[in-house]
Design a binder for this molecule. Structure first.
Ligand SMILES: *[C@@H]1O[C@H](CO)[C@@H](O)[C@H](O)[C@H]1NC(C)=O
Ligand SMILES: *[C@@H]1O[C@H](CO)[C@@H](O)[C@H](O)[C@H]1NC(C)=O
Ligand SMILES: *[C@@H]1O[C@H](CO)[C@@H](O)[C@H](O)[C@H]1NC(C)=O
Ligand SMILES: *[C@@H]1O[C@H](CO)[C@@H](O)[C@H](O)[C@H]1NC(C)=O
Ligand SMILES: *[C@@H]1O[C@H](CO)[C@@H](O)[C@H](O)[C@H]1NC(C)=O
Ligand SMILES: *[C@@H]1O[C@H](CO)[C@@H](O)[C@H](O)[C@H]1NC(C)=O
Length: 680
């Protein structure tokens, strides 16, 4: 098997310090006590009658296929308690662990597709797959053993705690091979999974060369929803690679929890930062130094132990974020005798912080605070500072906010489809982790939990929500589940204001997609935009793909022209739950068609409510949709006209809503001019 695309696939944890050259310097961190935060944040609680867990039966009967690094079967997150039913009869998967404690009713299958250089077992040496599996469907674990430093008071639980997990190991510490990825997805489809979760990124930007796009296409043909992380290459636009319309593309946001570390300066000013490492109650006033003021770039970034010749011994050192693993800043400062670290965000990442475990007392602060601290250092002869650890803070934390690292659209491969699709929690999320990956081997301490950030953390939340919906609506296809999730998403945060990005500016559709997942509303969307499997083929034909490109994706006979029988659909007319209006410099008029299926009340009426940017107008026909039975389908047509020029209107935003007495079915609209050809 070739490793030709060896570097094009990667696991989407952020700033992961695993594999660091200095294994003895394990960061000791104390985890936040409120470990059930994301299920709470998503409104899933059992003790609330309106909680989604009550109405969806917590994912019972649903099988989630994980395409990942394997799983650690003896982690308590994957034990099967009495409530866990046996796998459904249709399950055809296998369990290939060598150890005696292998699969059970929770972890119903585990296979490895890694054969090069030797065949591997489905065990997880990395931790990524164990973590993502626990976020999707980990059972309740009370009194966490953790790393024994304060996490004992918490409990952790996945999003769909009664769903079954099947692991398809396609990545290891060396990365992921394209052939292995496709084999894993194909096997998951054959085995009978309902949802596929993929927290793997790639740099491949054509649909027909990307094994995830190809595998997911075949999954969509069977009605299986594939949920995939958007990538960690933000915040610039056009950083999502090859996101097909048959995949749910998941962006990452912060949750309403901070783990606080306040910096106090000698002049009394205070700055609220964050730190996972809270082992000291505080670091009292000590000298503060900014080695970057020498103009030495490595010193500015704390990139080595030299600090431009500045003596940092006994001091708190101010470092600017240059993209190093967070851990490395503290590693260098410690080697040079420093006692604390302040890492300030660079201008790009602005207000979006995502701390990791560190060797020294640390505070991660936003860019603006960093500039003020620098000004203080410059203004006084003997600058001093302290760092106070505030523990877990959930009051007054504005959330969700799109994380700086979260990849953005629009996308070259699928320019007529708005991406990402949806946002989920992806900053500071706790998940299961193999203990030995954190602290070294210890047989009496097999399991731990770890906080990670990345779209790898966001994706399994959506896979879990999809499993809840599938359990509640077993007849829904992947595209119906996706539509339900997208049309009910939140576009305001917990302060009631529009969701913002890393710069605290309103996050656009190309950062957050349809918005932040609202699991409660997604259970009852009213109407759905369904896509039939053959429409995806017609979409490909509409992209202008030739026979060999189409066949690479469908797996069809290389010589058969599938487009001659399927016909083609223009990109903007695929029945997608979001809308791109593709004007060109020559045409200021575009007609777009959609159809909705009634999944709400048999008798219901929906009225049109549409918002467009100035300079764009639309005629929608009909403007009222009346249904008399479930499953009834209605079509509507929108004729958009642009009066403004492309400079003002390109990427301008709007929204289409169908509103009944009970439901609001919202589709985000993006105005685009002169879409690039996906083939160029
Ligand atoms: C939700 O679950 C709780 C606890 O299991 C139960 O007491 C309550 O009656 C349930 N509510 C509904 C609507 O099923
Ligand atoms: C650096 O500063 C420390 C503490 O002030 C001092 O003990 C040490 O001698 C200094 N080292 C050098 C090389 O000046
Ligand atoms: C800003 O920080 C991010 C990582 O947080 C890094 O990827 C990026 O390269 C940095 N930008 C500059 C200009 O240093
Ligand atoms: C292993 O874990 C046990 C149980 O928490 C603990 O008492 C022991 O100190 C640990 N051993 C090592 C070598 O860390
Ligand atoms: C689901 O589909 C099956 C088989 O087509 C059908 O018998 C059943 O009534 C459907 N259930 C619902 C809730 O629509
Ligand atoms: C399809 O296009 C690709 C890329 O341009 C080309 O290599 C291939 O030969 C074409 N195949 C057919 C059947 O036209």
């Amino acid at each position: 098997m070739s490793h030709s695309l060896f570097f094009s696939f990667l696991l989407l944890f952020l700033f992961n310090c695993h594999g660091h050259a200095n294994p003895n310097s394990n960061p000791k961190s104390v985890y936040a006590p409120e470990l059930t935060r994301t299920p709470n944040f998503l409104g899933l609680y059992v003790d609330d009658n309106n909680g989604v867990w009550n109405i969806t039966n917590r994912g019972k009967g649903v099988i989630i296929g994980m395409i990942d690094t394997g799983v650690m079967p003896d982690h308590p997150s994957f034990e099967d308690d009495q409530e866990m039913p046996p796998p459904p009869a249709r399950w055809k998967g296998a369990c290939e662990f060598l150890q005696p404690k292998g699969c059970n009713k929770k972890l119903i299958g585990a296979r490895s597709f890694i054969t090069d250089p030797t065949r591997e077992t489905p065990s997880d040496q990395y931790g990524h797959g164990t973590y993502t599996s626990s976020v999707v469907a980990g059972r309740l674990v009370k009194d966490l053993q953790g790393d024994g430093q304060g996490s004992a008071s918490g409990s952790a639980i996945g999003i769909a705690p009664l769903a079954h997990i099947a692991m398809y190991k396609v990545c290891n510490m060396d990365g992921c091979d394209d052939g292995d990825i496709l084999n894993g997805i194909n096997a998951a489809i054959k085995d009978g999974v309902d949802i596929i979760s993929i927290s793997i990124g790639s740099s491949e930007d054509s649909l027909y060369n990307d094994p995830i796009s190809i595998g997911a296409f075949r999954a969509a043909q069977k009605g299986i929803l594939v949920s995939k992380s958007a990538g960690n290459f933000g915040p610039s636009l056009r950083t999502i690679t090859a996101p097909p319309p048959w995949v749910l593309t998941v962006a990452a946001s912060n949750i309403d929890r901070r783990i606080g570390a306040t910096v106090k300066l000698g002049n009394g000013e205070e700055f609220k930062g964050e730190s996972l490492t809270q082992k000291e109650k505080e670091l009292s006033m000590v000298p503060l130094v900014y080695p970057g003021s020498t103009g030495d770039l490595d010193a500015n970034l704390c990139a080595d132990d030299k600090f431009g010749g500045v003596n940092v011994s006994g001091k708190i050192v101010m470092c600017e974020d240059g993209g190093l693993f967070r851990f490395d800043y503290s590693y260098h400062v410690k080697n040079a005798g420093g006692v604390g670290v302040i890492i300030m965000n660079n201008a790009t990442n602005a207000y979006s912080t995502h701390p990791q475990g560190m060797l020294l007392p640390t505070s991660n602060i936003d860019h603006e605070s960093g500039l003020k601290i620098k000004a203080y250092i410059q203004s006084t002869k003997n600058p001093v500072a302290s760092i106070n650890f505030d523990g877990t803070i959930t009051d007054g934390v504005r959330a969700p906010k799109i994380a700086s690292f979260s990849s953005r659209g629009p996308c070259k491969a699928t320019p007529g489809i708005m991406k990402p699709d949806i946002t989920g929690p992806g900053v500071g999320v706790l998940g299961a982790f193999p203990y030995e990956r954190l602290q070294g081997p210890n047989n009496s301490q097999p399991a731990a939990f770890k906080i990670e950030s990345g779209t790898s953390s966001a994706c399994p939340h959506l896979s879990g929500v999809a499993a809840l919906l599938k359990s509640m609506h077993p007849n829904w296809t992947g595209s119906m589940i996706k539509s339900a999730i997208m049309t009910t998403a939140d576009i305001t945060d917990n302060t009631g204001s529009p969701i913002v990005d890393e710069k605290d500016l309103s996050a656009g559709h190309f950062a957050m997609g349809a918005g932040h997942v609202n699991a409660v509303k997604a259970t009852d969307p009213g109407l759905v935009y369904n896509i039939k499997p053959n429409e995806y083929l017609s979409y490909l034909c509409g992209l202008g793909y030739n026979t060999s490109m189409v066949n690479k994706i469908t797996g069809g006979d290389g010589n058969r022209d599938e487009c001659s029988t399927s016909g083609s659909i223009a990109e903007h007319n695929l029945n997608y739950p979001s809308i791109i209006v593709p004007f060109t410099s020559h045409t200021n008029k575009v007609t777009i068609k959609r159809r909705v299926t009634n999944v709400g009340d048999p008798h219901s009426t929906y009225w049109l409510d549409i918002e467009l940017p100035n300079g764009v107008e639309v005629e929608v026909n009909p403007s009222r949709l009346s249904f008399t039975r479930l499953g009834e389908v209605k079509t509507f047509k929108m004729i958009f006209k642009a009066h403004g020029n492309s400079n003002e209107l390109n990427m301008a935003q709007g929204q289409l809503k169908w509103v009944s007495t009970k439901h609001v079915v919202r589709s985000p609209i993006s105005i685009m001019f002169d879409l690039p050809s996906p083939l160029s």
